[in-house]
Design a protein. Structure first.
Length: 231
């Protein structure tokens, strides 16, 4: 599902479900587009695609670590420390993530140059075709944003050409973000001030990566994230 108003992206979400669940899931996603904190969507697009079991790649869930962060500036320090061993451009990644607005997808930033490498810099690259597998409702009760973020981060982290991900929610009230690096999802409370319209994602990309193949994986490869195989 994706939705927009006056040309601005409002929300998007993706699920992989059994055939009999399709109508209920479509209803839930359409409701969600209308109830988004960024505003009611004028246009909602829902696409349903058939998948064979054999099309689906299973990847392990990343591990989750809660970081003791009290403020946005402290969150930036933690991000900087985590990224520094992998790139000389950690500040570019951080500035990019805190400055971008209303992107549908994520920025791809090359670790060796700090340059963007996706074809449409305003849209970014939208990770799609993923869901959780074997996750109990208990694990995620009332935490849809975290559930979806861990699923997305696990699909992204499973690709060898992604070195790290930084994420700030675009929901003005949702002030927890994360950095995912080396298969660990570092949860960062207070990554932004409440009410802020900041919100974006950046993936830091390995030098020499085949960008076209990476984008095809992120957008189109069906992936179920296995929570029973958490690392
Ligand atoms: N693929 C790529 N980028 C995306 C996608 C996607 N499927 N969905 C969102 N983005 C980008 C887009 O630029 C958004 O503006 C930005 O990420 C934030 O998206 O453990 O809710 O959906 O509690 O607002 C973090 C949870 C929640 C932390 C993140 O992101 C926790 C969240 P949002
Ligand atoms: Mg959001």
């Amino acid at each position: 599902m994706r939705s927009d108003s006056a040309g601005q992206h409002i929300s998007g979400a993706e699920r992989i479900v059994r055939e009999h669940e399709v109508p209920a899931v479509c209803a839930a996603l359409s409701e969600r587009a209308l109830a988004h904190p960024k505003g009611m969507a004028e246009n909602t697009f829902i696409t349903v695609e058939a998948l064979a079991e054999s099309d689906i790649l299973h990847v392990p869930s990343v591990g989750v670590k809660e970081e003791a962060v009290q403020s946005p500036s402290q969150a930036r320090d933690v991000i900087e420390e985590l990224l520094r061993p992998m790139t000389a451009y950690s500040q570019v990644v951080i500035e990019g993530t805190f400055t971008a607005r209303n992107m549908r997808g994520a920025m791809l930033i090359a670790a060796d140059t700090g340059k963007r490498c996706e074809p449409d810099a305003q849209r970014g690259v939208r990770v799609s075709h993923m869901d959780a597998y074997g996750a109990t409702e208990e694990e995620f009760k009332g935490k849809d944003a975290a559930r979806e973020a861990i699923v997305l981060a696990s699909k992204v982290a499973a690709h060898p050409d992604v070195l790290a991900e930084v994420c700030v929610s675009d929901d003005p009230a949702y002030t927890t973000g994360y950095v995912c690096i080396d298969d660990t999802y570092h949860r960062l409370p207070h990554i932004k001030e409440p009410g802020s319209d900041e919100g974006a994602r950046a993936f830091m990309i390995k030098p020499g990566a085949d960008i076209e193949a990476l984008i095809d994986y992120l957008e189109n490869r069906a992936v179920l994230v296995d929570f029973e195989a958490e690392q």
